[in-house]
Design a protein around this ligand. Structure first.
Ligand code: ATP
Length: 328
């Protein structure tokens, strides 16, 4: 029997209610599977819908956002789940690490108690036992002198230490799926590397599936088996990270790869994708990337490209590549 995906996102669309009464479609036609223990990177420029898509999985979308489609965790559609059920799933089955740990942490509670809390409420541990385990978790995320640090408050810690606490909280109940939304963006480079190391070790040790949201292809390359590229709320390309980065097929992915700092163009300047992501109200007809794509034809500007399988494990959206590969 073939293994079922742990997470299966089917035709997810998310629109947002605007203050003027209009509804703006943001994420469209998003489908992706994630197996137990697999790591998936979601990459794209700012505003491409990465955070909304990952918040939908953990049921933490802002009130103005309206999701449709299916988000199946072990076959259960989370978009239909009650708030009580989502509370059970959060922490227990899905853990989340946020970009800015300070906003996710309670300033009035010691970090040890914030880690212990989930163990008390979800696992029924006594506070004494949960606090003991919290110290072990702090040790696992490499906080030195963990026993003493458990009694400190978030504001007494550095940004990197707070993010370790964020990881310890998300890890406490050993969820099957961990979602990390730009977990290192707010940190300086050396701390970033340590945090990624810790996350990598833990994901492998506990065989957790990971969705890592980042605009940084270097981070994705280091951490993720597979990569999904989003642009303006649409998936542009998906496949094994190594293949997507070595031979990107979609012109947008090619632009992202070319813009990675190690790739300096012949005249010594960094390559970049001309223009910016257009507002969702101003997306061009046809392919949403056509107004920035240097390879776009009149057809690209008129016909919305479908999602097609380029090979067994690679899929993308691009009319020109599709016609070339499939001969349509
Ligand atoms: N609460 C909200 N109200 C209105 N629009 C929103 C809201 N949250 C997100 N959006 C819209 O959805 C788009 C996608 O947002 P999202 O945060 O998912 O992008 P992102 O790819 O994660 O960007 P970043 O890397 O900057 O976090 C935004 O550009 C914005 O237009």
């Amino acid at each position: 029997m073939t293994e079922q995906p742990l997470l299966s996102i089917r035709d997810l669309a998310i629109s947002v209610d605007l203050p003027d009464g209009r509804t703006m479609p943001i994420v469209e036609d998003l489908s992706v599977d994630l197996m137990a223990g697999e790591t998936l990177g979601i990459v794209g420029e700012s505003g491409s819908g990465k955070s909304l898509a990952s918040l939908a999985v953990i049921g933490l979308l802002p009130d103005v956002a309206r999701p449709t489609g299916q988000i199946l965790l072990d076959g259960e559609n989370l978009l239909q789940a009650s708030e009580d059920r989502l509370c059970q799933i959060r922490g227990n089955r899905i853990g989340m690490i946020f970009q800015e740990p300070l906003t996710a942490l309670n300033p009035a509670m010691t970090v040890g108690d914030q880690i212990a809390e989930g163990l008390v409420w979800h696992r029924g541990l006594s506070w004494r036992a949960a606090r003991r385990e919290a110290v072990e978790l702090l040790d696992q995320v490499r906080i030195a002198d963990a026993k003493r640090r458990a009694g400190t408050y978030p504001h007494e810690m550095s940004g990197g230490q707070r993010q370790r606490v964020g990881i310890a909280i998300a890890l406490a109940l050993k969820p099957a799926l961990m979602i990390a939304d730009e977990p290192t963006t707010a940190l300086d480079v050396t701390v970033q590397a340590e945090i990624l190391d810790i996350l990598d070790d833990l994901v492998r040790e506990y065989r957790m599936a990971l969705i890592l949201v980042s605009h940084d292809l270097g981070v994705i390359a280091r951490m993720c088996d597979r990569t999904l590229v989003l642009y303006a709320g649409r998936r542009m390309e998906e496949g094994p990270t190594r293949a997507v980065l070595a031979t990107p097929l979609n012109p947008y992915t090619r632009g992202l790869v070319a813009a990675v700092p190690r790739r300096v163009s012949g005249d010594g300047r960094l390559a970049s994708i001309a223009g910016t992501v257009p507002g969702f109200a101003r997306l061009p007809p046809g392919c949403c990337f056509s107004d920035r794509c240097t390879e776009a034809t009149d057809d690209c500007r008129a016909v919305a490209p479908g999602w097609f399988l380029a090979s067994e494990d690679r899929a993308l959206r691009c009319l020109r590549v599709e016609r070339r590969e499939i001969g349509r």
